[in-house]
Write a protein that binds this ligand. Structure first.
Ligand code: C2E
Ligand code: MG
Ligand code: MG
Ligand code: MG
Length: 293
């Protein structure tokens, strides 16, 4: 019997594996046509200023609507796009699309809403990035200071000299630079002083309830925010899902927050409606859930 079960699980394993490989092969084979077939789409997640409770900006997040596989999340295809050398083209499309959409929102609302775009480490290493950013700004008419580029710590410290050079060049264009997923990887605070960083984004695993409950972690988050402020860098918390987390962040003087508590990433056509509905109304926070640090 045991033997039989073993054989079955072996067969099952094989099948699951080949399904997975088929999935990956389909992704690889169709990825290079996805752009021309207009299968990519950007969703926009609002970022809320915690002093004014106004929408401060949106983060553009890519989605791939695959004709057979359905919607594919970025973490499933961005690494493959990087490996296969498609990321530069995709990244260029994201920059163009995000800047145009941001300018449309600004035209419609009359508010200087910021747009954040994620960059992959590969884009930072490539030659094309500066031109792509410049072109996206020109084509959309978006004010450079309203475009923010997000990079992970690992991408930054990968090659500090190269990153410093490209950072300086990007700053020369007038765009803002954010460190994404802060608190997960390296967190070597020393590099913060070396780069002209405009925004620090605390990773969601770092700010969520489970992690905060671990002894000492609350203090670490508080200390991170305090330190960033001493360096003159505002802090954005990602992945805020509950009123508790929000209250904690407000008590820590975190500057901005984004997460399902406010809204998930929204399709472009829902952005205007969201702005209208949100319009600075305070989300329901029970005063007694506020935690004083
Ligand atoms: P990220 O830049 O850290 O984006 C935040 C991720 O957290 C997004 O996942 C977002 O949907 C998700 N999220 C937002 N609020 C909450 C929340 O309250 N709870 C939870 N559990 N999750 C939340 P998404 O859209 O799947 O993107 C994953 C990652 O893929 C991004 O992480 C970013 O690193 C990458 N990515 C997305 N779009 C692009 C792009 O256009 N270019 C590049 N190079 N990378 C991208
Ligand atoms: Mg991001
Ligand atoms: Mg992040
Ligand atoms: Mg992340």
């Amino acid at each position: 019997r045991a033997k039989e079960a073993g054989r079955n699980s072996y067969r099952f394993f094989n099948q699951a594996m080949s399904e997975q490989m088929k999935g990956r092969m389909t992704i690889e084979n169709s990825l290079h046509r996805a752009l021309e077939r207009k299968e990519f789409e950007l969703h926009y997640q609002p970022r809320v200023n915690l002093s004014t409770l106004q929408v401060a900006g949106f983060e553009a997040l890519i989605r791939w609507n695959h004709p057979q596989l359905g919607r594919i999340a970025p973490l499933e295809f961005i690494p493959i796009a990087e490996e296969r050398g498609f990321i530069a083209e995709i990244g260029k499309w994201v920059l163009d699309e995000a800047c145009c959409q941001a300018q449309r929102i600004i035209d419609a609302t009359g508010k200087p809403i910021r747009i954040s775009v994620n960059l992959s480490a590969r884009q930072l290493a490539g030659e094309q990035l500066l031109d792509d950013v410049r072109n996206a700004l020109d084509r959309s008419g978006l004010r450079a200071d309203l475009l923010e580029l997000e990079l992970t710590e690992t991408a930054l410290v990968n090659d500090i000299d190269a990153s410093t050079r490209i950072f300086q060049a990007l700053k020369g264009l007038g765009v803002s630079l954010a460190v994404d997923d802060f608190g997960t990887g390296y967190s070597g605070l020393a590099y913060l002083g070396q780069f002209p960083i405009d925004v620090l984004k605390l990773d969601r695993s770092f700010v969520n309830q489970k992690n905060r409950d671990k002894t000492g972690n609350k203090r670490v988050i508080e200390a991170f925010i305090e330190m960033a402020h001493r360096l003159g860098i505002p802090v954005v918390a990602e992945g805020v899902e509950t009123a508790d987390t929000l209250a904690f962040l407000i008590a820590c003087r975190c500057d901005e927050a984004q997460g399902y508590y406010f809204a998930p990433p929204l399709p472009a056509q829902e952005v205007a409606g969201f702005l209208e509905r949100f319009s600075g109304d305070a989300p329901a926070i029970e005063p007694n859930t506020c935690i004083t640090p």
